[in-house]
Design a protein around this ligand. Structure first.
Ligand SMILES: [Zn+2]
Length: 169
């Protein structure tokens, strides 16, 4: 009796394309052995993935391999130039100062997305660092808010006085 119904063959094709091993596919299909799966794949010209892939004997069409992409992975491929630039920015950037002004919403740009005129205030940790990205204050590297932060060298009372002034204005 031929266990290979049309449905089973379709399932087999799908599972092979998804990259499952012959033993997994056999379990999934039920009623067929791992060897039967391998044999059927050879006859259909399907290329099995995984450890128990038989050595390809003839030209078999390579199934499209599903591209598994981890979302939101930072581009951490070591690019010496970019890394040097990043390090420079980190070294130059003063430590953030607590300020009463509400922080503007960061655009969260990556180093490669930054353009001239974008605020280069770094945020986050080194691995997934992003930059403010808002329009800079004229002649500065940062937006008005971050210019203020970078200048924030006064005492707490001085800053408070400044805030009062701003509130009064
Ligand atoms: Zn900024």
């Amino acid at each position: 009796m031929n266990p290979w119904t049309v449905e089973k063959i379709e399932t087999l094709r799908r599972l092979v394309a998804d990259g499952f091993s012959a033993s997994h596919i056999a379990k999934e299909l039920g009623g067929v052995s791992r060897n039967a799966v391998i044999g059927k794949c050879t006859r259909l010209g399907l290329k099995l993935h995984g450890a128990d892939t038989p050595t390809p004997s003839q030209k078999a069409p390579v199934p499209k391999r599903a591209i598994v992409r981890t979302p939101r992975m930072p581009k951490s491929k070591a690019d010496p130039v970019a890394l040097a630039g990043l390090q420079e920015l980190l070294d130059r950037a003063p430590p953030p100062v607590v300020d009463a002004l509400p922080a503007p919403k960061s655009l969260g740009l990556t180093l490669t997305e930054l353009e001239a005129g974008d605020c280069r205030w770094p945020e986050g940790e080194r691995a997934d660092i992003t930059f403010c990205g808002r329009n800079v204050e004229q002649g500065r590297s940062y937006c008005p808010y971050h210019v203020r932060l970078s200048r924030g060298k006064g005492t707490e009372s001085e800053r408070r006085a400044g805030r009062e002034l701003m509130r009064a204005a």
